[in-house]
Design a protein around this ligand. Structure first.
Ligand SMILES: NC(=O)c1ccc[n+]([C@@H]2O[C@H](COP(=O)([O-])OP(=O)(O)OC[C@H]3O[C@@H](n4cnc5c(N)ncnc54)[C@H](OP(=O)(O)O)[C@@H]3O)[C@@H](O)[C@H]2O)c1
Length: 427
């Protein structure tokens, strides 16, 4: 095993505590032969056999006593080189490394393919939730259209606290850090990088196409305000950071951004640091997977499940399903993606203003789904929700509204998801 931190310790504990049933299921005893770490002096969980620790990760990979390599160290290098070396030596690999898969997946899968061994990664998306296997295998009889995921527990916790306590973003993030849900440097989570890597993996699996992290449009939650969340709530919406992968007109789109979803949508009730993945397909309709997206034992469970699978395959001289990126589908740029928007505008309370605002939408081909007007002295607030329109047209509309004299300010602006799915699907 390469790495023995949060996930590695969970793997060590499960292999120790569940040794017997794991042996029965795998058909062979699974033993941690050697464990590579950075700091040999660090105190570790009692399930970790300190005599098996090594500071030389390459030697662990090369050790002839090592049949299978578990990579839970994270990051691109040296994880990438070590995995490639393991595969070159004909050793199956189990990894939890979303960042590496989303950036260098093709290279790793090609290497596994070349030697005909397993490369498994159930723990890389949504921790304990088995989502890789269903997308790769169980759902391969269907045509999937869309995957919506809450795949980052830190940001879900922060948005949930903002919604339930009225806390500001900074207050909620400080609380998440105190509780251990957020890293001391939370940028990978709050700026959406972590979710974007997972989105790339989900999109690749759902649509059998190669989507990499840099294909994913990304916005984090740092600009979401308590006022946005309160406004969403008044309109019957909940704000979530969503990873969205869609297939339409033969092209894939993949994006991560905060979005309002109807409070009745199943994803709206995914609270605290939980994760969920909502899958839509022609035959299945809608499916939701829900559970813990991180943590030592939850993530360790996904890793050990993969290990059992690898052991079973080895016993039969077989291997599991390899890379499923079969098609060269184009990735749609964000400008061309269909989105629906919520926006709140402060406008002069004069006759004809609503018509002027509506005209701006009309000029850009964006149609308004609902509008609510509230008087506020000399001013009025307009709250609008649009129908689906191209993101490019929406942005041009917002720019034109900012220029309009009658609009004194543009308040909350956020995409809306989970409402007009059928409009996109019908195209
Ligand atoms: N944490 C989660 O809940 C979670 C969930 C899903 C997926 N993942 C993924 O799982 C992987 C591991 O995450 P983690 O949270 O367990 O990380 P972590 O707690 O930071 O542990 C990393 C481990 O790797 C070791 N390590 C790092 N660089 C090394 C090097 N160059 N040579 C040898 N050992 C090295 C560290 O050694 P020391 O112990 O000596 O420092 C540590 O044991 C990442 O890819 C992450 O994205 C994590």
């Amino acid at each position: 095993m390469l790495g023995c931190g949060v996930v590695g310790t969970g793997v060590a504990r499960l292999l120790t505590e569940h040794a017997e049933p794991i042996r029965d299921r795998a058909g062979v005893a699974l033993q941690l032969q050697r464990i590579a770490v950075r700091n040999l002096a660090k105190k570790r969980d009692s399930s970790v056999d300190m005599t098996r620790l090594s500071g030389d990760a390459a030697a662990v990979v090369r050790d002839p006593e090592v049949d299978v390599v578990v990579e839970v160290m994270g990051g691109i290098e040296p994880a990438r080189s070590l995995i490639l070396e393991a595969l070159r030596l004909g050793k199956p690999v189990v990894t939890a490394n979303k960042e590496l898969l989303a950036a260098n997946g093709a290279e790793l899968f090609d290497a596994a393919e070349a030697v005909g061994v397993d490369l498994k990664f159930e723990a890389s998306v949504a921790g304990a939730i088995p989502i890789i296997h269903p997308l790769k295998e169980s759902l391969s009889g269907d045509r999937l259209r869309r995957v919506l995921g809450i795949v980052n527990g830190t940001t879900n916790y922060v948005l949930w606290r903002m919604a339930t306590t009225g806390a500001t973003y900074d207050e909620a993030l400080a609380e998440a850090t105190e509780l251990g849900y957020a890293e001391p440097d939370p940028s990978s989570d709050v700026e959406g990088f972590d979710a974007a890597a997972k989105c790339a993996i989900l999109a690749s699996l759902a649509f059998n196409a190669r989507v990499v992290a840099s294909d994913v449009y990304r916005e984090g939650i740092t600009d979401v305000t308590a006022a946005d969340i309160a406004a969403a709530s008044r309109m019957g919406y909940t704000v979530k950071l969503l990873a969205i992968a869609e297939l339409s007109d033969g092209q894939v789109s993949a994006r991560v951004h905060p979005a309002m979803i109807p409070s009745t949508h199943p994803l709206a009730s995914v609270n605290e640091a939980y994760n969920a993945v909502f899958v839509e397909g022609d035959a299945i309709g809608q499916l939701m997977f829900y559970g813990r997206g991180a943590g030592s034992l939850p993530t360790g469970s996904a890793v050990v499940g993969d290990l059992v699978d690898v052991a079973r395959n080895r016993a039969q001289g077989a291997r599991g399903v390899g890379c499923t990126c079969l098609y060269d589908l184009g990735v749609r740029g964000m400008d061309e993606v269909d989105t629906q928007y919520y926006l709140a505008l402060d406008v002069a309370d004069r006759p004809g203003v609503l018509a002027q605002v509506a005209a701006v939408f009309g000029e850009h081909g964006v149609s308004i789904r609902s509008v609510l007007q509230r008087g506020r002295g000399d001013e009025a607030q307009l709250v609008l929700v649009t129908h689906l329109a191209k993101e490019r047209a929406m942005r041009a509309t917002l720019d034109a509204l900012r220029e309009l004299d009658e609009v004194s300010s543009l308040g909350s602006v956020m995409r809306v998801e989970g409402e007009e799915a059928d409009e996109v699907m019908a195209r």
